[in-house]
Design a binder for this molecule. Structure first.
Ligand code: C2E
Ligand code: CA
Ligand code: CA
Ligand code: CA
Length: 274
């Protein structure tokens, strides 16, 4: 028993030590990554299926590590969102995006660029001032900036969030509700935040073609809710022609998903052809 508990205790100490070490160093590496501008944008095309034209994109963060590797968001974004780091990383990514647009953007039709924000962004005046500065200097040229916020995270003070958002709206920036139908906010977010567009989550798109009554009803309910509330709709995670067709039958034409394209680096995106 004694031996066993010594082994157990040292194992627990070891695991704790590893855990604290790894999160401490992740924290430090992210801060370092911000000063070295390592958080870069990938761009996933959003297509109008009626005429097969590119209308915009979602801007998705990647971590370009000093060793040349590219880290996907699921390995660092949840930590960054929980620890107050995401706003600085978004600023870094947007700075890269502005450079990309200024370098390659002229050759493209006018597009919207939709950047992911979280509730922390709506308390951060530095972030707003950065964006305002870009808009004042017409840094996006003919292109438009958009923002999207997930329904999965609670917003504690909707009134405060709305008055902050009004400052973005005054600059002509629209807000999309991401992961619509999966989280907290639902109807109250739409009513109180001034949302222009719902993004239907992949989770619902995945059910298209599987004749499960409940899920088919859910996606139809989301679509008819957007229609009644006069919201635009983007379907996310679209992978098949069958899904594109079903959505078109339901008058959902803005499509984001592997069916058209994965997220692309700047060089590939700015010469993307359908
Ligand atoms: P999200 O905002 O829901 O972004 C859509 C995710 O779905 C992207 O994953 C995209 O690559 C993926 N996706 C799009 N179409 C398809 C498809 O047809 N099939 C499949 N299997 N996947 C598809 P990604 O880039 O790995 O990002 C994952 C999540 O990380 C994002 O989900 C978002 O929650 C977060 N994220 C990414 N960039 C940022 C950012 O700049 N800021 C914040 N706060 N979160 C970000
Ligand atoms: Ca998103
Ligand atoms: Ca989404
Ligand atoms: Ca999603």
């Amino acid at each position: 028993i004694l031996l066993l508990s010594i082994i157990l205790a040292s194992w627990i100490t070891y695991v704790y030590w590893r855990w604290s070490l790894s999160s401490v160093s992740l924290h430090k590496q992210i801060l370092q990554g911000v000063t070295r501008n390592e958080f870069i944008p990938f761009y996933q095309p959003i297509i109008d299926s009626r005429n097969q034209t590119l209308v915009g994109c979602e801007v998705l963060m990647r971590w370009s590590r000093p060793d040349g590797s590219l880290m996907p968001p699921n390995q660092f974004i949840p930590y960054a969102e929980d620890n107050g780091l995401i706003v600085a990383m978004t600023e870094c990514m947007v700075e890269h995006m502005v450079k990309d647009i200024q370098t390659y953007g002229d050759a493209m039709p006018a597009l919207f660029f939709s950047v992911n924000i979280v509730p922390d962004h709506l308390k951060n005046d530095d972030f707003f001032q950065l964006i305002k500065g870009y808009i004042d200097n017409q840094a996006f040229g003919k292109h438009r900036l958009g923002i999207e916020i997930t329904e999965r995270m609670p917003i504690d003070d909707l009134t405060q969030a709305r008055s902050f958002l009004d400052k973005f709206y005054a600059l002509g920036i629209e807000l999309k509700l991401d992961d619509a139908g999966t989280g907290y906010g639902g109807f109250s977010y739409v009513q109180q935040l001034g949302i222009s567009t719902l993004k239907i989550d992949k989770m619902f798109v995945d059910t298209i073609g599987h004749d499960d009554n409940f899920n088919a009803k859910t996606i139809e309910a989301i679509i008819s809710f957007s229609k009644k509330s006069e919201l635009d709709i983007i379907a996310e995670g679209v992978e098949t022609q069958e899904q594109v067709d079903y959505l078109a039958q339901h008058k959902v034409y803005l499509i984001q998903g592997y069916f058209y394209s994965k997220p692309l680096d700047s060089r590939a995106f700015f010469k993307y052809k359908i």
